[in-house]
Design a protein around this ligand. Structure first.
Ligand code: MRU
Length: 365
C-alpha cells in the first residue's frame, strides 16, 4: 500500500538480496522511519519491542531473522538456536511458529553452503505468499461489504475495526483492512470506526494512519464507544484480525476484541474475523483455555507517548505514581460470537466443520 503516494511493503530486502528493511512502527504516526535488520538479534528485538507487530508480519520478520542468523553461522546448532530465540519473542501469534517451521523445513536438509541462499529465497517466498493470501482475503471480504451496501442503497457503510490488522500488520494489504481497501477502491462509500486500542494505541496510531494515507474515510473512537454506536445503528459490520484461531474457530486478538463481539451479538451486528490460514492453530480447540495470552509491562498502561504541542515526542504518566497496572495483550472471542471467518479460500462458519470445509486436507484420515 502507499505512503505519501509511494508503494511500500512492511518488510523488504534491498537489491543486494541481503539487506532487510522494516518500517519502525514504534515511530508511527509521527515519523516514518525505515530501519535495517542486520542480525538475528535485530530481528528478535524488533519483534519484542513491537517495531514490527501483527501476526503475519511477526512471522515474516522471524523468517528473515533465520536467514540473517545463517548468514553469520550456517551450522545445524546455529539454525536450531535461531529458531529457539525467535520462538521466545512473543507468545500469542501462531504465525511466528508457522513461519519458523516453514523455514526449518526449507533449510534443514540443505548442505551448509546452500543454506543462506535457500533461507533468503524461502523468506521472500513466504512474504510474496502473504501478499497474495491477503489479496484473496480482501476479495472474499469485499463481498460481505457489498452485501451490506446492497442492503442500504445510497448510504454509507460503517465498518468497525479493533487494533491494527492492516497492511503494516502483514506484508501488504492487511487482513481485516484488505476488504475495506478493496471496497474503497471499488467506489463503495465505506467509513471505518477505528478503536484507539489501548494501551499501545495500534488503532489510533497505525490503523488511522494507514487509512488516512490511502484516503479511506475513518474516525478514531475511544475503545469503549463501539457498543454505543452499535445500539444506535451506526455500525453495519465489524471486521477484526486475529493472532491465533483454534480448530473450532475461537479467536485470539488484541485485548478488547471480545467485548466488541459481545456488543455486536447483543445488537445483531455481523462480527467477522479475517485471517490467513497460517493463523489457524489446528492443534488446539478451546481458545480460552489453551491460547497463551501475552502479558506486557504495566508501564504501557500507566504511561502514554505522543507528540507535544512543540513537536517533541514525549512520554507522560497518566496514573497516580505507585498504582500497579495489569497489561493483558490479547483476549479470546469464542466461536459462537463470530459471524464468519474470512480466509484466503473464502468465508466460513467459525466452527470446526466450517474450517474443515475450506481446508479439507486438515481432516484426519
Ligand atoms: O500486539 P500486536 O500489535 O502484534 O497485535 C496485533 C493484533 O492484535 C492484530 O489485530 C492481529 O495480529 C491481526 S494482524 C493482521
Amino acid at each position: 500500500m502507499k505512503v505519501n503516494g509511494v508503494h511500500y511493503r512492511s518488510i523488504w530486502v534491498e537489491a543486494d538480496g541481503r539487506s532487510v528493511r522494516i518500517i519502525d512502527q514504534t515511530r508511527l504516526p509521527h515519523d516514518f522511519v525505515v530501519i535495517g535488520i542486520e542480525t538475528l538479534e535485530d530481528a528478535a528485538r524488533a519483534i519484542e519491542t513491537m517495531q514490527v507487530r501483527g501476526a503475519p508480519l511477526i512471522g515474516a520478520t522471524a523468517a528473515y531473522g533465520m536467514a540473517l542468523a545463517l548468514a553469520s553461522d550456517a551450522s545445524d546448532d546455529a539454525l536450531e538456536e535461531a529458531a529457539l530465540r525467535l520462538r521466545r519473542t512473543r507468545p500469542t501469534a501462531i504465525n511466528l511458529h508457522w513461519a519458523i517451521d516453514e523455514m526449518l523445513g526449507a533449510i534443514r536438509n540443505q548442505p551448509r553452503e546452500d543454506r543462506v541462499e535457500a533461507a533468503f529465497t524461502k523468506a521472500a517466498a513466504l512474504c510474496d505468499a502473504d501478499v497474495e493470501t491477503n489479496r484473496q482475503i480482501g476479495q472474499h471480504g469485499l463481498k460481505l461489504i457489498r452485501r451490506a451496501a446492497d442492503a442500504k442503497p445510497g448510504q454509507r457503510i460503517n465498518v468497525l475495526t479493533h487494533c491494527n490488522a492492516g497492511w503494516i500488520a502483514t506484508v501488504d494489504w492487511g487482513t481485516a483492512l484488505a476488504p475495506i481497501y478493496m471496497a474503497h477502491e471499488a467506489g463503495l462509500d465505506v467509513h471505518v470506526w477505528v478503536d484507539e486500542t489501548r494501551p499501545r494505541n495500534q488503532g489510533a496510531a497505525l490503523t488511522a494512519w494507514e487509512l488516512g494515507q490511502h484516503g479511506v474515510p475513518h474516525t478514531i473512537i475511544a475503545d469503549n464507544t463501539g457498543g454505543h454506536l452499535m445500539q444506535h445503528g451506526m455500525v453495519d459490520l465489524a471486521i477484526v484480525g486475529t493472532d491465533r484461531t483454534t480448530a473450532q474457530g475461537d479467536v485470539a486478538n488484541k485485548i478488547g476484541t471480545y467485548l466488541k463481539a459481545l456488543a455486536a451479538k447483543d445488537n445483531d451486528v455481523a462480527f467477522y474475523v479475517a485471517l490467513p490460514s497460517s493463523t489457524i492453530d489446528w492443534t488446539i480447540a478451546d481458545g480460552v483455555r489453551d491460547i497463551p495470552i501475552e502479558q506486557r509491562s504495566g508501564e504501557e498502561v500507566t504511561h502514554m507517548t505522543g507528540r507535544s504541542a512543540n513537536g517533541e515526542i514525549v512520554t507522560v504518566q497518566i496514573s497516580a505514581p505507585g498504582s500497579p497496572a495489569a497489561n493483558y495483550g490479547f483476549d479470546v472471542t469464542p466461536a459462537r460470537l463470530v459471524s464468519g471467518l474470512i480466509t484466503e479460500r473464502g468465508v466460513c462458519d467459525a466452527s470446526r466443520e466450517g474450517l474443515l470445509g475450506l481446508f479439507p486436507e486438515r481432516r484426519e484420515a
